[in-house]
Structure formats: C-alpha cells, structure tokens
Design a protein around this ligand. Structure first.
Ligand SMILES: C[S@@+](CC[C@H](N)C(=O)[O-])C[C@H]1O[C@@H](n2cnc3c(N)ncnc32)[C@H](O)[C@@H]1O
Length: 385
C-alpha cells in the first residue's frame, strides 16, 4: 500500500511557517534550511513510491524534514529520532499546528526506530562520532535495501563524513550543491553490519579516578573538557553543606559523578536535553557505581523542576544552538537556573573568559563572584537574590 496523495495540505505547507519554539528564537536563527529542502527533493521519487512506516527521519532540527515529508509527499507512519529535546518539542508544536501530530512517532536511536526502514532522511550532525553511531545503527537494523539521504549546509560538511559513512556502507555518492546545501546518497550495497553496537565508548581517567562513557552525540566524547576540569578543581568549595545539587547540561555526567563521589551524602540530579548525553551520563553513573546516587533525566533546561527548589546548580553552558554559535543557549539556562534556585542558592558556572558572562549572571541570577580563572576559563558563583 502506498502513502496517500499529499493534497490539499501540501499546497498549504510552508517551511517559513515552522517555529523553533521552545528552542531559542531570534531574527538570525531559522527553523529550516536549504539542506532540509534539498534532502526532501532528492528523496522525492523514493518517497512517492514508499509505503507507510518505511521512512525514518533522523536529526530533524525543528520538524522541517518530517513535516515536509508528511505534508508535501504524503508520507505517513514516520519514525523520527532527534537528539535535542527542544527540537522534539518544536516538531510536536509545529505538527499539531498543521494537524499532523498523528503522522509520526518519536523514538530513541535503535531497533524500534530503524527496523524495516527503507528510506532514511538524515540531517547530518556536526559531530563525526554522532554520525558514526547513527550510521552503525542504520546498518544494523534497517531493511536490506535501505537508502539514506544525508544532507547539510556545505559549510558544515567535511570529507571525513564520507569516510564515516563509508565505514558502514560501500556506496556514498555526493550530489550537486544547491543554495549552499549538499546531499550524500548512501545505498546499502555492501554494508557492514555488526552484531553489537560499539557505542557508548568508555575511558578511565586515573587522575580523577573516574570512568567517562560517551555516545556519539555527547559533548567532548570520553574526554574531559578543559573548562570542566577547572570547575572540578574548585568543586569542593561549592556549598559544601548542600544536601542536593543539579548538574545542568550534564553531557556525559562528569561533574555529577565527581560531585557524588566526593560527597557520599549528597543527592544529585543530572539533566540534559540531548538523548545521547542522557544515555551517556546513565552509563557513566553505572560504570562508577553511582547509578543509585545520581538521577539522570532528559529535560529542556530545567522545565520539569519547580521554582525556588534547588540549593546548588553546576553548569558548563553550551555556546552552540545546533550549528549556530549563539549566546542565547547559555542565557536560557542561566534564566531557568535563576527560577529554580531557592533564595540564597548558588549557580556555579564555568565559561570561556572572552564570553564575559559575569554581567548576564549578575543580572539574571544575582551577585556573582569570580572563584577561579586560568588562561582560558573563568569559574563564577552566583547567589540567588
Ligand atoms: C558545554 S556542554 C557541557 C557538558 C558537561 N556538563 C561537561 O562539563 O562535560 C553543554 C551541555 O548542555 C546541554 N544543553 C544545551 N542546551 C540545553 C538545554 N536547553 N537544556 C538542557 N541541556 C542543554 C548540551 O546538550 C551539552 O551536553
């Protein structure tokens, strides 16, 4: 059975109507790009011939790929994986605005997402490790004749991406560029399948006596970021009396794990919007015997936490929103940390000194003092008014 004809919604659908909300919105940040359109156009003949349930979307930023496939090409029973929760929520908002909430389901990267997949629409991630984990999962679980339409803006694509895809699939063809976007078409001829996932990777850091586990999408992989290291050096000074703490934007969970190890009585919540980060942090806690002491959740900022409820929040903030370098990503976390801290509670933040976040932290949270500084990074403590 083929997907139904797309009309009349297709004619009413416009990429320009999509919103990024609840992710940061600004005049220079967009909900879709030329790569979304080129991926859909390149895959159009395959989508037209496809049956419901055969198309998978991975890495959709705010729903342009999934909703374009549903509205313009009439594709139904889409399965979608997005690493960022804000993107997942934006897709849901955009879908309900278009009456397409029932056209897709959101799933983790794995068998349920990919079994039986014959078409994969992939907005290429920036990280080669993230791409490797995605390609490995497609090679393991998708149908024997799967075709992948993997696109991105040319300035974000590297030749190394072909090599990563080439580890899992023999045939990777680059299409012509259009509006500075390009699509790699990958066919399943001669694919290499492994019985087990090679993710998460793990590494023992003997200087910190800590295992770090990382899925492909997690910030810094199994390494420890140099900003994070500076925060770890002064962690003992952060509200030594706190009964609980939150590691906001926890990534692989390094800060949460170090804090829980150093303070046996403290309850720690580690939270991140990235599915890959959350899975990594859970693996890190298990590897360090901390799974019963640190709760790991996926959340956009601290949306699930009540106002004025936290004593201590630790944060190494993001400076990217997807591919764009934008201060809004950090400011959103400062604002939500301020909401969630109790009066007198503290936000400890490490930041690249050139970003000069002290004024924003003082304005949004409260009086902010410098705790440490090295050649590149500054650690501050902000006390909630
Ligand atoms: C610079 S990394 C720090 C990771 C980890 N804490 C460390 O020190 O290695 C910033 C983290 O913030 C997360 N992040 C970005 N925006 C977020 C949001 N709106 N809500 C929750 N986490 C977010 C990213 O996924 C990333 O893991």
């Amino acid at each position: 059975m083929q997907n139904p004809p797309a009309e009349p919604l297709g004619s009413a659908f416009s990429f320009d109507d999509l919103r990024r909300y609840p992710d940061v919105e600004a005049a220079n940040l967009f909900a879709s790009d030329a790569a979304d359109r080129l991926i859909l156009d390149t895959a159009a003949p395959a989508l037209a011939a496809s049956a419901p349930g055969e198309t998978i979307v991975i890495g959709d930023h705010y729903g342009a790929l999934a909703l374009g496939a549903a509205a313009v090409h009439g594709v139904r029973r889409l399965r979608v994986h997005q690493d960022a929760l804000a993107g997942e929520r934006a897709l849901a908002n955009n879908a309900s605005g278009l009456g397409l909430a029932g056209a897709y389901v959101s799933l983790d990267l794995g068998a349920e997402l990919l079994e039986g997949a014959r078409i994969v629409l992939l907005h290429l991630p920036r990280s080669l490790d993230a791409l490797d984990e995605i390609a490995e999962a497609i090679a393991r679980f998708a149908a024997a004749d799967v075709a992948i339409y993997a696109g991105g803006m040319a300035k974000h694509l590297t030749i190394a991406m072909n090599d990563v895809l080439g580890r899992h699939f023999d045939e990777v063809r680059a299409g012509l560029a259009r509006q500075k976007a390009r699509v790699l078409t990958v066919s399943s001829v001669g694919r290499v399948t492994s019985a087990h996932s090679t993710w998460p990777r793990r590494e023992f850091h003997s200087d910190l006596d800590l295992w770090v586990c990382a899925h492909g999408a997690a910030f810094a992989g199994t390494k420890i970021d140099i900003g994070t290291r500076l925060l770890l050096e002064v962690l003992a000074q952060a509200r030594p009396d706190a009964a609980s703490a939150i590691d906001l934007g926890c990534g692989t969970g390094v800060i949460a794990a170090a804090l829980a190890k150093a303070r046996p009585g403290i309850a720690v919540l580690a939270t991140d919007q990235s599915a890959g980060a959350v899975a990594s942090a859970r693996a890190t806690m298990t590897a360090n015997g901390l799974a019963d002491r640190v709760t790991v959740v996926r959340d956009d900022a601290l949306s699930a936490r009540p106002d004025a409820s936290a004593e201590l929040i630790l944060l190494n903030p993001p400076f990217h929103i997807g591919a764009a370098v934008h201060a809004g990503a950090a400011l959103k976390l400062f604002e939500d940390a301020a909401r969630v801290l109790e009066p007198g509670g503290e936000l400890w933040t490490v930041w690249n000194s050139h970003l000069a976040y002290k004024a924003a932290l003082s304005r949004l949270v409260g009086p902010t003092r410098q705790v440490a500084r090295n050649a590149k990074f500054t650690v501050t403590a902000s006390t909630r008014r």
